[in-house]
Design a protein around this ligand. Structure first.
Ligand SMILES: Cc1ncc(COP(=O)(O)O)c(C=O)c1O
Length: 401
């Protein structure tokens, strides 16, 4: 191999779709591909609490000097409280350490690099299906990736029996990536009872849960959405959480995330963090400041925090109501299949049940962009485009597949 024979790499499946969408000249085009929240006007706005925090920072900031390798200490504290609950026993016992990272992706990669150092022969288990970048991030860190069953296309729900059977057979010290809520791409989550069962399996089999928490607040609520984590915190297992504030603070391009580590005791937690710092040092040295300063400011101020919680609930309510509009619109048009499963899914994503040929038809003939596999970002649907979308889906369903 040499540099002279390099051919172009395939585009990222999701970001490549956005590029194609941007180039599409058709004025009625609809982007249901990329995972960003949009309001009913189709915009991805800066939250008012974020704007106010930025104005404050602009006035109060006195230096652009480097942050510590693990980030702003107050950010770490506020974020751990948000992720685990402010009074949670793991925090009181000093069992949690966190590092500020460039987005949730950065948290996943830093966590993966840390684990790889101590568990070089472990594998990583990903849900089938999952966010495509999971495989990329963990294999880039050197892990071999494999899958556990998750989604059942026949029921359009969770295949819990096969999932738990597979997790019973995961070897000790392998990693299992779990979506805390708003599973991407299916929108299908575990119930609290199912989470308890999975935590019991993990405790018995001694595999390592690595949670991806990219949508806190987009499912049922900021507190309710962490329910999946809680039974794992009652075990003495190592628990890793990759938190992202891209969605719930709308801080997509500020790259704001955190890796939280829960160790069996405080001494070990501190030791782990020293190795995480080394990982960060050689990857990007120390994290970007702006997004984290915004989050720390909002979460540290009771009034702003309450305003932000309200903003999150408005985003969540829009997602719920647009799911409803889609299901009802399709039903009203006599859709040949029952789409009511879209109601039960949570978060921005939905496995629509559309087949590849229908996805292609919608993109080519209707300028409606959907990721292959039929995942739609319901937040891309607005009261203005929902009728066009429903009409187009009905047409697509009538197409030979
Ligand atoms: C499941 C999941 N994990 C992680 C991320 C990464 O988030 P960030 O943009 O903060 O890196 C995303 C973003 O789309 C996601 O959907």
């Amino acid at each position: 191999m040499n540099l002279q024979t390099v051919t172009p790499a395939p585009p990222d499946v999701i970001l490549g779709l956005t590029e194609a969408f941007k180039k599409d000249p058709r004025p009625h085009k609809v982007n249901l591909g990329v995972g960003v929240f949009m309001d009913d006007a189709g915009r991805t706005p800066v939250l008012p609490t974020v704007k106010r925090a930025e104005e404050h920072l602009c006035r109060a900031e006195t230096t652009k000097s480097y942050l510590p390798i693990a980030g702003l200490p107050e950010y770490g504290e506020r974020v751990s409280e948000l992720v685990f609950g402010a009074r949670h026993a793991v925090l009181q016992a000093g069992r949690v350490r966190s590092a500020q990272t460039p987005g949730g992706t950065g948290a996943l990669r830093v966590g993966a690099e840390f684990l790889r150092k101590f568990l070089p022969s472990s594998r990583v288990w990903l849900s089938a299906p999952t966010w495509p970048n999971h495989r990329g991030v963990f294999t880039a860190a050197g892990f071999a990736a494999t899958e556990y069953p998750y989604y059942n296309p026949a029921t359009r729900g969770l295949n819990f029996d096969r999932m738990s059977e597979a997790l019973e057979n995961v070897p000790e010290n392998d990693l299992v990536v779990l979506h805390v809520c708003c599973h991407n791409p299916t929108g299908v989550d575990l119930t609290d009872a199912q989470w308890r069962e999975v935590a019991a399996i993990a405790a018995r089999r001694r595999w390592i849960p690595f949670f991806d928490f990219a949508y806190q607040g987009f499912g049922t609520g900021l507190e309710a959405d962490r329910a999946g984590l809680l039974p794992f915190l009652e075990t003495d297992l190592p628990v890793l959480v990759a938190a992202s504030f891209s969605k719930n603070f709308g801080l997509y391009n500020e790259r704001t995330g955190a890796l939280a580590l829960v160790a069996p005791n405080a001494t070990l937690a501190s030791a782990w963090l020293t190795h995480v710092r080394i990982v960060v040092r050689v990857l990007y040295s120390n994290p970007p400041a702006h997004g984290a300063a915004i989050v720390a400011k909002i979460l540290g101020d009771a009034g702003e925090r309450a305003a932000w919680e309200q903003e999150v609930s408005v985003m969540r309510a829009r997602i719920v109501s647009i799911r409803d509009a889609l299901v009802k619109g399709l039903r009203r048009r006599g859709a040949p299949m029952d789409f009511s499963f879209i109601h039960a899914q949570r978060g921005m994503f939905s496995f629509s049940g559309l087949q590849e040929a229908q996805v292609t038809f919608l993109r080519e003939k209707k300028a409606i962009y959907i990721v292959g596999g039929g995942r739609i970002n319901v937040a891309g649907i607005t009261t203005r485009n929902v009728d066009y979308l429903c009409d187009s889906i009905i047409e697509a369903l009538g197409e030979p597949s």
